[in-house]
Design a protein around this ligand. Structure first.
Ligand SMILES: [Zn+2]
Length: 281
């Protein structure tokens, strides 16, 4: 299968579906990450050019670690517009990959780039199969299944139609965060007013946040303030009911880390048969 994950920025796909990407690659499927933006806006000290170059290097490391293809478009941060030109660029791009599954943002989001990227995927979705639209690239026969990766926005609330146990991928998921030095140790702490330890080992512990053990309760996880281990544990705590429904009480109640996905109405329907085929985990 071919899986295309579309984020506005370099970290959107990594942090939200990095473990799922790893699972697909391990089964021999092809995964592509697209970041529509070049990352230029995400730093407080580096110039936009330096930030773009730094992010490109970090993304190349992520691609190597996961065994995926990683495309970065040349759109500056905070500059994605859901216009006709960008829509057609996306239609051509998706058709060339011809994915079975697309995972992208919801339009419910705080960031203008996330909303515009989500809108572009929605706008492109039906047109993927329309031959007279962008006739230079053959139209797809059927629209792929489209899913949204998890967010925390509540109006309307994200719905976990598919939940994935990522306990075996948590180390690689934390490693992905650790690779994104300019994001997780520099830019994001700057925006949140946090101080990061200098020592690489200490800062990695800081990155993880609270130690999640088999005894840690969902209430403790949900009350924890920060950290990437906490962030991924929160998904399991938040969607415990869905995890138990899928994996049974024995396993579902013990899962520490999860990723969650919602079905988009604008792609092909995710039938039970299709769900088994696309998410064999
Ligand atoms: Zn983003």
């Amino acid at each position: 299968m071919k899986i295309l994950m579309i984020g506005a920025h370099q970290d959107d796909n990594e942090f939200r579906c990095g473990a799922l990407a790893k699972k697909y690659v391990d089964l021999g499927h092809e995964v592509t990450f697209l970041s529509m933006c070049n990352g230029c806006g995400g730093h407080h000290i580096l110039t936009p050019e330096e930030t773009t170059a730094t992010r490109a290097k970090e993304s190349a490391k992520v691609a190597e670690l996961l065994g995926i293809t990683y495309d970065v478009w040349d759109i500056d941060d905070c500059s994605i517009v859901a216009d006709l030109e960008t829509r057609r660029r996306l239609i051509r791009y998706i058709r060339k990959i011809s994915p079975d599954l697309i995972i992208a943002h919801r339009t419910i989001d705080y960031h203008a780039d996330h909303r515009a990227a989500a809108q572009l995927v929605q706008d492109a979705s039906y047109l993927l199969i329309v031959p007279h639209e962008c006739p230079d690239v053959p139209a797809m026969k059927t629209c792929p299944v489209i899913m949204y990766f998890e967010d925390r926005f509540t109006n309307p609330e994200f719905k976990a139609d598919v939940v994935i146990d990522i306990d075996t991928e948590i180390d690689i998921k934390l490693k992905i965060a650790d690779i994104n030095v300019s994001q997780v140790y520099e830019w994001l702490p700057y925006t949140n007013g946090q101080t990061v330890p200098d020592d690489p080992k200490e800062r990695f512990e800081w990155l993880k946040g609270m130690d999640i053990t088999p005894e840690t309760t969902d209430e403790e996880v949900l009350a924890a303030q920060r950290g990437y281990a906490v962030r991924y544990a929160k998904t399991a705590a938040r969607f415990r009911k869905e995890l138990i429904e899928k994996y049974g009480v024995e396993r579902g109640s013990k899962i520490r880390y999860a990723e969650a996905y919602q079905v988009s109405e604008y792609g092909s329907p995710l039938t039970e048969e299709k769900k088994k085929e696309l998410f064999p985990f």
